[in-house]
Design a protein around this ligand. Structure first.
Ligand SMILES: C[S@@+](CC[C@H](N)C(=O)[O-])C[C@H]1O[C@@H](n2cnc3c(N)ncnc32)[C@H](O)[C@@H]1O
Ligand SMILES: [Zn+2]
Length: 279
């Protein structure tokens, strides 16, 4: 018997994909096999700019090790409390919620957000290493290799769309979100990792993003809440090295400077933007 993955569409013809044996197949017989780790690669060769797009194995391993320490869990708590306390009660009110985590990395947030709720979770990342790691750790969610710029999901099929520190295409967001579905965008706030940046730059330049203005200007998206969360935390040498390795700061360090990293206090600061799809 085939199981219909109602929200996932074929990268070739855009029709719905169904699980048949160990593959996802569409009605036109396009077929995509599950890899041994449990993910499916829906990224077509002509959608790749390099042979291994996205974060590499070293970055993904460091990211997963760092996030597993729980240092960033206050972000999860922040998102959960905004969504459940502000009458954004979508997660409480339905038992068939489709959640997409775009640019999911190793799937830490995909599997951890509202972990007690019955949510149909799908993580997408352009990095095969990321998706393989995520799928190996989490057998309850679906993981796909794909691009945020060309989503393999049918129109108006998603209730919650998560996008943490990853690129995004707002037109694709508004295409796949259901009416009143939520888009949760997280970006680094001004002083995020300031102390690390100061080790490699003469002058710290705070993080800037135009995404809020872009969402405000989008005719189909309406911002319902913005909130910053900041914590200064003491990190062990291993944590600091993983934190640096999971970001492009790594390339600013000489080998010698990286090796000499040791425990330090680091500011972690997130900006959460919650928007809703409006008709
Ligand atoms: C900074 S990491 C964030 C990962 C995860 N959201 C987290 O916070 O742990 C950015 C992720 O975006 C992915 N990425 C970059 N370009 C992408 C694209 N065009 N489509 C999908 N994912 C992409 C990278 O491979 C990487 O895993
Ligand atoms: Zn097809």
């Amino acid at each position: 018997m085939s199981q219909s993955y109602v929200i996932i569409s074929c990268p070739n013809c855009k029709s719905v994909l169904s699980k048949v044996g160990n593959s996802l197949k569409c009605k036109h017989a396009h077929s995509f096999d599950f890899a041994k780790e449990g993910y499916v690669n829906l990224l077509l060769a002509n959608q790749k700019k390099t042979s291994s797009p996205g974060d590499n194995r070293e970055m993904i391993t460091a990211r997963d090790a760092f996030l597993s320490t729980g240092h960033f869990d206050f972000l999860i708590e922040g998102i959960e409390s905004i969504l459940s306390l502000s009458n954004l009660d979508i997660v409480e009110s339905s038992d068939s919620i489709n959640m997409l985590d775009l640019g999911c990395g190793s799937g830490y947030y995909t599997r951890s957000i509202f972990s007690n709720s019955k949510i149909n979770r799908v993580g997408v990342d352009i990095s095969k290493f990321a998706v393989a790691k995520a799928a190996k750790k989490d057998k309850n969610s679906t993981y796909l290799v794909g691009s945020v710029f060309d989503l393999n999901f049918i129109e108006e099929s998603v209730d919650l769309l998560l996008n943490i520190f990853s690129p995004i295409d707002l037109n694709e967001v508004s295409r796949v979100l259901k009416s009143n579905g939520y888009f949760i965008k997280v970006i680094p706030a001004e002083n995020h990792m300031r102390e690390v940046a100061e080790l490699v730059y003469d002058k710290f330049i705070s993080h800037k993003s135009n995404i809020k203005e872009e969402i405000l200007a989008h005719p189909k998206l309406e911002i319902v809440k913005c909130q910053s969360l900041t914590k200064r935390m003491s990190l062990s040498t291993e944590d600091v090295k993983n934190l640096v390795t999971m970001t492009p700061y790594l390339y600013k360090f000489t080998e010698e400077n990286f090796d000499s990293l040791s425990e330090m206090e680091v500011t972690i600061s997130f900006e959460i933007i919650i928007a809703r799809f409006i008709q």
